[in-house]
Design a protein around this ligand. Structure first.
Ligand SMILES: Nc1ncnc2c1ncn2[C@@H]1O[C@H](COP(=O)(O)OP(=O)(O)OP(=O)(O)O)[C@@H](O)[C@H]1O
Ligand SMILES: [Mg+2]
Length: 276
């Protein structure tokens, strides 16, 4: 069995607006395994961003437990949450959120400041990550000299800078045209498959959601149903014993048989998942 990287138990979030209470999340439960690629869909106002902010330790739940990489984070003081955000979580936003006066490499290096690595190590890690997202040769370009799709690639490289336990992406393709949308989703699927990166992404787009391996539907602050996505077909199943293999390993830990790691299929977006 794969290890659980994220466990959410009975999480409730109530915002107070004047005299009115807004129940953004209601007794929500969720488990995500290491190496999973999960989408969260749901109508506007259903609590998707609230959930992602709580998972990302940007916000705290009103009640309930959040266990990230075996650490209970719901009650931690801000100084501890800051360290967890920096070391365990990679954020990707709809609007990229790159610093305009820094080039691509410097944007990727930024979260690595004070992580104990030398300047040289930080630079070479940033270059390595930019190469991984297909941006070799663009390291010195500032965001305004990069296309929207390229800017989101830089943001994904930045999210990976401190080898996080989990990537949280809120509408990562929301500001992209169709071609860039497909490329970014393929990049995320590839990272998940080849690096074993655990990814949770929020999207309104059924095509994007269908490319993950598990789609959760949120309604009124609760997960009301879930569905398998197409990416599941890219995951290795041991041909011998049927066990789902960790993506970074070619040898089945269950029966020892050897397999090849698959590339995600190119037949993207065959199936669209409708929102509730
Ligand atoms: N800081 C806040 N103060 C008060 N109410 C809030 C706050 N943030 C969110 N809400 C409310 O909580 C509910 C859930 O909001 P949330 O932003 O999580 O929805 P969402 O599913 O991300 O929506 P969208 O698809 O439009 O991004 C909404 O009713 C929203 O108005
Ligand atoms: Mg939102």
């Amino acid at each position: 069995m794969s290890e659980t990287v994220l466990k959410v138990e009975g999480v409730t979030k109530v915002y107070t607006l004047g005299k009115r209470n807004v129940h953004a999340l209601s007794n929500l439960n969720l488990q995500v395994k290491k190496g999973e690629f999960v989408a969260i869909m749901g109508p506007s106002g259903s609590g998707k961003t609230t959930l992602l902010n709580i998972l990302g330790c940007i916000d705290k739940p009103t009640s309930g437990k959040v266990i990230l990489d075996n650490v209970g984070v719901a009650d931690l003081p801000e100084a501890e949450l800051y360290k967890i955000r920096r070391n365990k979580i990679g954020f990707v936003f709809q609007s990229f959120n790159l610093l305009p006066y820094l080039n691509a490499r410097e944007n990727v290096e930024l979260p690595m400041e004070n992580n104990g690595k030398s300047k040289n190590e930080r630079q070479s890690k940033a270059k390595e990550l930019l190469a991984m997202v297909g941006l070799s040769g663009r390291e010195e370009h500032r965001p305004q000299r990069l296309s929207a799709g390229e800017q989101q690639r830089v943001a994904i490289a930045r999210a990976l800078a401190n080898d996080p336990a989990i990537i949280l992406a809120d509408e990562p393709t929301g500001n992209l045209d169709n071609k860039n949308k497909q490329e970014i989703v393929k990049l995320l699927a590839n990272l998940n498959l080849t690096q074993g990166t655990t990814i949770i992404l929020v999207t309104h787009d059924g095509q994007v959601a269908s490319r993950t391996e598990r789609i959760l539907f949120l309604s009124d602050g609760k997960i009301t149903r879930e569905k398998n996505g197409l990416h599941l077909a890219n995951k290795l199943m041991c041909p011998n014993c049927g066990n789902k293999l960790p993506t970074t390993e070619a040898k089945c830990p269950n029966c020892g048989s050897i397999s090849n790691i698959k590339e995600p299929s190119n037949s993207l977006f065959e199936e669209e998942v409708a929102e509730d």
